[in-house]
Design a protein around this ligand. Structure first.
Ligand code: ATP
Length: 215
């Protein structure tokens, strides 16, 4: 079971520049791989490709040999968690309902690991919780979907230091107890050095020519 990108090329429209140019990488179960690079390089785009939200125009993405697909009845084995936790939560739904969206019954949530479904937050709306709490809920929702891989895109970029530590402890616990693989995307190199087993530089992954051969 490996999350793989094989010679992946992507651009947002036919006339725009290629954002992801010939990228190959792999993430193994139980491994945290850091992805570092400057703003605008294409890290988030690669994260969306790896979680199946975007499809490459060339090359392949696979998790356990199959393309990850969000929203096809069964839970996506590659869950994406992004920086903007509050935007990921429906403002009209209580946290309980957002977490239950993963397929866990709303009534079952009270008995689950409080780290994933914090009891004090379940009956609040998103506007009634802090940014750190929202990111904890967002991460809990991704983990309740029982993924094999997590793409964590700047998940603590806008949080205070204590919330940052709490969130990364939760990720590391999931890596160790469930052996999920994590791609941790950030432009904060010291953070990646602290949380990842190895760190890739986006610039080292991209193919030198800015268009795929044969086009
Ligand atoms: N939905 C979109 N439509 C068109 N272009 C986009 C879209 N999303 C991103 N881009 C462009 O793709 C390029 C890469 O963006 P991306 O968000 O992947 O970079 P990033 O490395 O994650 O940057 P940051 O660290 O600032 O989040 C940028 O030039 C951006 O303007």
């Amino acid at each position: 079971m490996t999350l793989r990108a094989d010679d992946v090329w992507f651009r947002y429209s036919g006339k725009s520049r290629w954002v992801v140019t010939g990228v190959s990488l792999s993430v193994e179960p139980g491994e945290v791989v850091g992805l570092h690079g400057p703003s605008g390089a294409g890290k988030s785009t690669l994260g969306r490709l790896l979680s199946g939200i975007l499809r490459p125009q060339r090359g392949h993405v696979s998790a356990d040999g199959r393309a990850p697909r969000p929203g096809r009845g069964t839970a996506n084995p590659v869950q994406l968690v992004s920086q903007h936790a509050l935007l990921s939560l429906d403002p009209l739904w209580k946290i309980r309902r957002s977490l239950a969206e993963t397929g866990v019954g709303e009534d079952v949530l009270d008995g689950l690991d409080p780290a994933l479904a914090p009891p004090a937050l379940l009956d609040r709306f998103p506007h009634e919780i802090s940014g750190g709490e929202a990111q904890r809920v967002n991460l809990g929702r991704a983990l309740l979907a029982d993924p094999r891989f997590l793409v964590a895109d700047e998940i603590t970029a806008s949080l205070d230091p204590i919330s940052q530590v709490e969130i990364w402890e939760l990720v590391r616990a999931a890596v160790e107890s469930r052996r999920i693989g994590v791609l941790a995307v950030s432009h904060d190199r010291p953070l990646l050095d602290a949380v990842a087993h190895r760190v890739l530089d986006f610039q080292d992954l991209v193919d030198a020519p800015s268009t795929p051969r044969g086009r």
